[in-house]
Write a protein that binds this ligand. Structure first.
Ligand SMILES: C[S@@+](CC[C@H](N)C(=O)[O-])C[C@H]1O[C@@H](n2cnc3c(N)ncnc32)[C@H](O)[C@@H]1O
Length: 310
């Protein structure tokens, strides 16, 4: 298994300590430990939550011949925030059936996730090189994109863009695309009742609690809460913020050091954007400067997936 390291564990540990000091934990920490990676794997296999997205990827795989036409015999597949890589693998197998050879480059901050993605690809005889990098950094994104020559297939799935400022993130990702490259990207669509129900439920709470347990903090110490607000920069951008409200004075353990958290404090557990179809398309076209070639709405209405080019 090959993994190139741009983002080191020492960098991540430093950022984690700073995040706790600032009471603000970015997305990467929810997938950092092997337990978190396993918890995400279980969550993403939950058909009630992600079954619709899996069906979209089946549809993409069935229609892969159209996509394959833009590529030669070798297709570099570069997946930003690859997770366990299961969706990427579906597409790579479909490419194989079209006589294309896929070379896999999962990009993720989590070593545990990269190991799952590379092991899955290795098991099915795909050549893979994991890239441990921070996809919120334009420099890291360009480094990862340069792992292969164009034309390349970029993937940004699982509403991963929604865990960053999407206006900035889509620009950074779009900057990586050159002529002939394709980007498959999805966004979660906002629904007045479902968006909150898909988060405020026992499986998602259990996933978030894994990170809290890593700090020595449990549900008896406070409560995970979700807030909905509109991002006024553009119509149709909905942000769901997550936070832990501390209900009694406690002490969290961060790399062996004790950090006091006082009753009433809030520890931000990042956020997730969801969109109207119009605002998702606006992000891709106006912020990213991308052309949408094809759209795949998920069967459950939760996600909209787009195939784009520059
Ligand atoms: C919601 S999961 C999506 C996984 C996969 N793309 C899918 O569709 O199932 C987000 C992934 O992005 C990774 N991630 C989060 N923040 C990151 C960052 N700043 N840099 C690199 N990877 C990050 C996480 O480790 C996780 O694997």
């Amino acid at each position: 298994m090959k993994v190139e390291v741009v983002l080191t564990e020492a960098d991540i540990a430093q950022e984690f300590a700073e995040g706790i000091e600032a009471r603000d934990l970015p997305e990467k920490f929810f997938f950092w430990s092997p337990r978190s990676a396993q918890a995400w794997k279980s969550l993403s296999e939950d058909a009630a939550l992600y079954g619709g997205l899996s069906m979209t990827w089946q549809a993409l795989a069935i229609g892969v011949a159209r996509l394959a036409r833009s590529f030669g015999p070798r297709v570099p597949v570069i997946s930003f925030g690859a997770g366990d890589g299961m969706r990427d693998l579906m597409l790579m197998n479909a490419l194989k059936n079209e006589d294309r050879e896929a070379f896999y480059f999962p990009v993720d901050a989590s070593q545990a996730m990269l190991e799952l993605a590379c092991a899955g690809a290795d098991d099915q005889d795909f050549d893979s090189t994991g890239i441990k990098a921070d996809i919120s950094s334009p420099v890291h994104l360009v480094y990862a994109a340069d792992a292969a020559e164009p034309p390349r297939m970029f993937i940004f799935s699982g509403n991963t863009m929604g865990s960053f400022d999407p206006l900035a993130e889509i620009r950074y990702v779009a900057q990586c695309l050159r002529g002939g490259d394709r980007l498959i990207i999805d966004g979660e669509l906002y629904d007045e009742t479902e968006t909150m129900a898909r988060r405020d439920n026992p499986p998602v709470r259990r996933f978030l609690e894994v990170l809290l347990s890593y700090l020595g903090v449990g549900t008896e110490d406070g409560e995970i809460r979700f807030d909905h607000k509109l991002d006024e920069r553009h119509k149709g951008l909905h942000q769901i913020a997550r936070y832990f409200r501390v209900e009694r004075d406690i002490s969290a353990t961060v790399s062996g050091n004790e950090v006091a958290l006082e009753r009433g404090e809030r520890l931000s557990l990042n956020f997730q954007y969801t969109y109207t179809p119009e605002s998702f398309r606006w992000l891709l076209r106006e912020q990213g400067g991308l052309e949408i070639i094809e759209e795949f709405p998920s069967a459950d209405g939760r996600f909209l997936t787009a195939v784009c080019k520059k």
